[in-house]
Design a binder for this molecule. Structure first.
Ligand code: UD1
Length: 469
């Protein structure tokens, strides 16, 4: 639903080249019919084929969600955000903004105009906040701007306890008092500058505190801040809106608060997790696929790990990567490795399940250690249904992999996605498996991948979405 949008947008501040999926000559991606209730969908994959061609990478989910929350800081003008992927998490964030009185106009092609110059509430719709982790990010801008906020505990993938202590302790350091989920500025007006050290470099807490400090009165120093590219992208957005942030992309941010930020135009970075997922799709099917737009320096550890298993990764032009595992079948198979998830620039937890699926098809053993979330192994049980040989001990998984060239590691089965990235991993495994794999729980995948199966179909995958009767 498009709402009236009457405020003028300030002159363009374009920080990234327009993603190719927004450009007129972007490769055509067939769009499959969808019913509105994705809980009743399944993906049916006939595995064993190869992929080829090009994947248009969407704007980053995690950047877009943070930037949309950041739009609440802009009391002095509307913002125009480009590259917002058409995913259910982004729709939930839009519903949260609207529940606060912001006007959001969907312009198509991933472009949203958000006018939050007048807010009518400090309490976002709890049912929407409970759908996504990023729903809690609005706490920072709301307390800083309105002097109070009541935000329900957030949702998101069930991959661990996911506490919010760092958010609340950080806001207290900036002059807030916390009474259950009601957070108020102690002075009754707004936040004040302060120092806060994050015991762990939480992405969401870093982003929430950066937004709050950008509008607090005085200087704030945040240390041990998360260095994920999406955190830096949010910082660049805030700077485009007039925030004074030094140390963007580093562990220490020095922020000189401004009571009011203005509007800007902004394009979010390409999604490095979607990119990594399609790189694994090429590897697991022993295929050659190109991808763009990408920012190669965001993918360093992913490129390193895929090279270590035996893939060839080459840069084919500005923002274009090619992943080839096609020679693996002729010149020996891909090989297993050791992987440990860590905060950026370490290996991303959001690619752990997809890599685990790949490693079940590689020669020799692998070890996958999950250090970020304590309960992110739901996909193991489902991969086992496909024939994968994996043992879990605490937060480590021992993947046995293939023992001979001939034994096929995986064969099709019915499996259930329990979370977003685990769901993607099951689809990838299904593409490598002999026979037919059916994945239910597709609504999890729809939370974070724009046209996932349509993009795979375009690469030649045998995949279809069906309504479960
Ligand atoms: C974000 C990403 C998610 C990604 C994760 C780690 C978004 C919308 N989601 O989630 O895709 O998997 O970063 O890269 O951007 N923690 C605490 N206390 C807190 C906050 C976090 O103990 O107050 C812990 C968490 O329980 C977890 C770890 O810190 O074990 C990392 O979580 P965090 O970086 O906060 O992830 P999110 O921001 O939730």
């Amino acid at each position: 639903m498009a709402l009236p949008f009457s405020h003028s947008i300030p002159s363009p501040v374009s920080l990234h080249p327009m993603p190719s999926h927004l450009a007129a000559d972007a490769p055509a991606v067939p769009v499959l019919p969808r019913s509105t209730d994705h809980h009743h969908h399944k993906l049916v994959i006939s595995g064993g084929g190869h992929l080829s061609g090009h994947v248009p990478i969407s704007g980053s989910k995690n950047s877009a969600l943070a930037v949309l929350a950041g739009a609440l800081c802009c009391s002095g003008g509307a913002v125009e955000v480009r590259g917002v992927p058409d995913i259910s998490d982004a729709r939930a964030m839009v519903a949260i903004l609207r529940s606060l009185g912001a006007q959001v106009q969907e312009r198509g092609g991933g472009e949203l105009a958000v006018d939050s110059t007048a807010l009518s509430s400090a309490e976002p719709a709890a049912d929407e906040v409970r759908k996504i982790r990023a729903g809690f990010f609005v706490l920072g801008p709301l307390v800083a701007r309105l002097g109070e906020a009541a935000v329900a505990l957030p949702g998101g993938c069930s991959i661990g306890a996911r506490p919010v202590d760092l958010y609340l302790r950080g806001l207290s350091a900036l002059g807030a008092v916390v009474e259950l989920m009601h957070v108020k500025a102690a002075n009754g007006r707004g936040l004040t500058g302060g120092r806060f050290h994050l015991d762990y470099p939480s992405v969401g807490a870093s982003e929430t505190l950066m937004m709050a400090a950008s509008m607090a009165e005085g200087v704030s120093v945040l240390t041990n801040v998360a260095q994920e590219p999406e955190v830096a992208d949010l910082a660049r957005f805030l700077v485009a809106c007039g925030a004074q942030i030094k140390g963007v992309g580093t562990r220490t941010l020095v922020i000189d608060g401004r009571r009011s930020l203005h509007g800007a135009q902004f394009t979010v970075i390409p999604d490095r997790i979607e990119t990594g997922t399609f790189m694994v799709a090429a590897a697991i099917t022993r295929s050659c696929v190109s991808l763009s737009p990408v920012i190669p320096c965001h993918l360093t550890i992913i490129i390193d790990k895929l090279s270590a298993v035996g893939c060839r990764i080459s840069q084919k032009g500005d923002g274009i990567l090619e992943v080839s595992a096609a020679t693996a079948t002729a010149g020996g198979d891909l090989r297993g490795l050791y992987l440990k998830t860590l905060p950026y620039p370490g290996f991303p937890t959001d690619l752990q399940p997809q890599f685990m699926a790949l490693l079940t098809t590689c020669g020799g053993p692998s070890i996958v250690e999950e250090s970020v979330f304590e309960n992110r192994m739901h996909h193991v049980k489902e991969l086992q249904k496909l024939g994968a040989r994996i043992e879990v001990h605490g937060r480590s998984a021992f993947v046995k992999g293939r023992t001979t060239q001939r034994n096929v590691a995986l064969s099709g089965s019915k499996v259930e996605a329990a979370d977003l990235r685990g769901g993607a991993a099951l689809v990838l495994a299904g593409m490598a498996a002999r026979g037919v794999t059916e994945v239910v729980g597709v609504h999890h995948i729809d939370r974070g991948y724009e046209n996932f199966e349509a993009k795979l179909l375009n690469l030649g995958a045998d995949i279809s979405r069906e309504v479960i009767c």
